[in-house]
Write a new protein. Sequence first.
Length: 172
Amino acid sequence: MKPTALDHEAGTSARFAAVSLDEIRNFLAIDARDAPIGTAGQPSEEELAEVAADGYQAVLNIGLLNPEYCLPDEAGLAASLGLQYRHLPVSFDAPAIADFEAFVAQMDAWAGQRVFVHCAANFRVSSFIAVYGEMRLGWDRDRADRHARTFWEPNRTWQAFMAECRARFVTK
């Protein structure tokens, strides 16, 4: 067990089992120009503690606050681990351009920091990061598309969403 100082609920210190970032569902590290970005599906409490221990400074959660897919108090846990935290809920069935704009604004605000971005399974995130990669990381379309398909084949909704984001935000 790897001790992690954590004033969580009732002010008690919690202990988390040692885990590797690779154990987080669909974890992928991206070497971005300004700072590394990590992406994944929903981390457990132990995995989020490892994210902090690995030097990430901020967490951006674009999943929904559905008890089936999220931690009971991820924002509180992140704060207790010294992580900045932002939740931007994105509907899997109806992603919106405003969601992507908020995502880009937050990523830009945290430029130069190590940012861990997650949703339930890294499907939403892989699509957002693909377009963000074209906008901010110098990726070409082929690299972005390969990234989006790392863990899934985006369905029609997500293909249309990515196409609309690219049409609005990616300059050629």
